[in-house]
Design a protein around this ligand. Structure first.
Ligand code: ASP
Length: 584
């Protein structure tokens, strides 16, 4: 028997009990005639005491040879501590060691296994198994487990069945590049790893499963923008015989349930906002509504004066930054520099201070009098003491620049409280999105999403205007879930592929299986998927998904611990009928 108790278990009520513990040596304090060691496992820390008088000199010597992270087993007696530690659960007791066995020695770890470690990110990733011993990482993984368990419990109770779908499949276009796997048995052919189980879950609906879910890995070969992972986890769901409303209701209930179970946070109905409204009001299809600073469009009140920059702009739009009228010239200049960074891309920023005394002071006083500026204040909802920040230019670009500024300022002003949760549904997404580079439309959600009833005609005349039965669940400025009501009719699906630029042959070659299935009695169906990693991170009060993944990849898609990806040897290549054609 390695242990009678865990290292987090013993209390004063165990005093005088003989116990066996196993774990890692957190630290050793040598006072000469007595040595204390902290023994750690997943459950906590127990203080061990080696005492020359009460045990033996040899044992003391043995304890002296212990190093950090040694794996040991001890036998001893629980005794009351003379100085108690109220900060840890086992702080009332210590274990007077009678026998010590080193189960495994350890090298000195490359960073301290403490809550606040001295190890940088790269080092911790290389030795992730040591990082996982630290409370912050360990607790995140336990938290993730808890969320996943609650998800499974809720969905099972609602009648959903978890069905596994294959990883070796054919491409599912969800807007990213596929990871591919060469087939040894089928020379020159490749599997693709699923970007999501999209087509399979639809086929499960054709198969009559009615309500499906799966906590599942998805793979997307994207350039890793901040905080994305090439493999990530979805809570993937699909339901038959449903309309958008049915889906929103079930998953609103799930989200409420999770907020309540894991955070003790209660919330009534989630607000709903159309995509157009979200873009107009927040410049963003995943608005953070924990705070205001809503956009005020200023075209009407700011154009047709002498200020050419505004007159030439498609959109003039501003936000009122609460309490920021006191910003110094230097602070405002820094903000202007911030919006001009290439990542944001604004040309400049006009501002107006709405002073506490009701007067205005702006960077464009030459063109606008107090009365004009009062109109800006009315349009942006500014109050005395606020700073009005105004951007202008191409409508879409300006909205996204102002959205970036809004988020940055909210962050600086501490308005993004991680313990507050503000979910909402964004609905009525456009069906198609214009790719500015190629001039082609592609599916904004994915090609299986149905257009809103009655909008089919628009597909030819004004494709960009067609709205879809598509929705996102947004939480604190992050898209945590998204889905749609699907096309379940073969002809409609064929029309959709045509509009996405597939020839009938290409559509048949890639998606024949789905369109065939639609001919055998496909029920109306729809669903959505949550990003589990991000959901867990937000519920955990953080925004970095990497901290909630046991073995994440770095920004170059590498696992630096196992050193993947890696070369394979020539034999393997030959077996796969592959020849490399490397540049260097
Ligand atoms: N497959 C979609 C995605 O991964 C979700 C859905 O439409 O259900 O975003």
């Amino acid at each position: 028997m390695y242990r009678s108790h865990s290292c987090g278990e013993l209390r004063a009520s165990n005093n005088n009990q003989e116990v066996v513990l196993s774990g890692w040596v957190q630290k050793v304090r040598d006072k000469g005639f007595v040595i204390w060691a902290d023994l750690r496992d997943r459950y906590g820390i127990t203080q061990l005491i080696f005492d020359e008088e009460r045990t033996s000199k040899e044992l003391l010597e043995q304890a002296r040879s212990l190093g950090r992270e040694f794996v040991i087993q001890i036998k001893g007696t629980v005794i009351e501590r003379s100085s108690k530690n109220p900060n840890i659960a086992t702080g009332d007791i210590e274990v007077l060691v009678k026998e010590l066995k080193v189960l495994n020695k350890a090298l000195v770890p490359p960073f301290t296994i403490e809550d606040k470690t001295d190890g940088g990110e790269d080092l911790r990733m290389k030795y992730r198994y040591l990082d996982i011993r630290r409370n912050p990482v360990k607790n995140n993984l336990i938290f993730r487990h808890k969320v996943a368990m609650e998800v499974r419990k809720f969905l099972s109770d609602e009648g959903f069945i978890e069905v596994e779908t294959p990883y070796l499949i054919k491409s599912t276009p969800e807007g990213a590049r596929d990871f591919v796997v060469p087939s040894r048995m089928n020379e020159g052919q490749f599997y693709a790893l699923p970007q999501s189980p999209q087509t399979f879950k639809q086929l499960l609906m054709v198969g009559g499963m009615d309500k499906y879910f799966q906590i599942v890995k998805c793979f997307r070969d994207e350039d890793l923008r901040a905080d994305r992972q090439p493999e990530f986890t979805q809570i993937d769901c699909e339901m038959a015989f449903v309309e958008q409303e049915d889906i929103l209701n079930v998953f609103e209930k799930l989200t409420k349930y999770l907020l309540k179970e894991v955070k003790g946070f209660e919330i009534e109905r989630f607000p709903r906002m159309t995509y157009d409204e979200a873009m107009r009001t927040y410049g963003n299809d995943k608005p953070d509504i924990r705070f205001g600073m809503e956009f005020g469009e200023l075209n009407e009140v700011a154009q047709h004066k002498e200020f050419g920059v505004f007159n030439d702009a498609e959109l003039v739009v501003g936000i009122a930054v609460p309490g920021a009228a006191t910003y110094t010239r230097k602070e405002i200049d820094a903000l202007i520099d911030w919006v001009r960074r290439p990542q944001v891309g604004a040309k400049g920023m006009v501002y107006a201070k709405y002073n506490e005394d009701g007067s205005f002071k702006s960077s464009v006083d030459k063109f606008y009098d107090q009365e004009d500026l009062a109109k800006w204040a009315a349009a942006t909802g500014a109050k005395p003491g606020d700073l009005i920040c105004v951007l202008s230019g191409d409508a879409n670009k300006t909205r996204s620049q102002l959205s970036a500024l809004r988020m940055e300022l909210a962050e600086r002003l501490g308005l993004r409280n991680p313990e507050e949760f503000a979910p909402l549904w964004v609905i009525d997404f456009p069906l198609l999105e214009l790719d500015e580079e190629t001039g082609h439309y592609h599916a904004m959600h994915h090609p299986f999403t149905s257009p809103k009833p009655g909008q089919l005609e628009l597909l030819d005349s004004d494709p960009g205007a067609v709205k879809a039965n598509a929705y996102d669940l947004v939480l604190n400025g992050n898209e945590i879930g998204g889905g749609s009501i699907r096309i379940h009719d073969k002809d409609m699906q064929a029309t959709m592929f045509k509009h996405l630029g597939f020839t009938p042959e290409e559509a048949k070659a890639q998606f024949g299986f789905l369109m065939d299935a639609f001919q055998y009695g496909a029920p109306p169906h729809g669903g959505l998927a949550f990003g589990l990693d991000r959901l867990v991170a937000i519920l955990g009060g953080q925004e970095t998904i990497r901290d909630f993944i046991a073995f994440p990849k770095n920004n170059s898609g590498r696992d630096v611990m196992i050193d993947a990806p890696a070369k394979i040897d020539n034999e393997q290549l030959k077996e796969l009928h592959l020849k490399l054609d490397l540049k260097a």
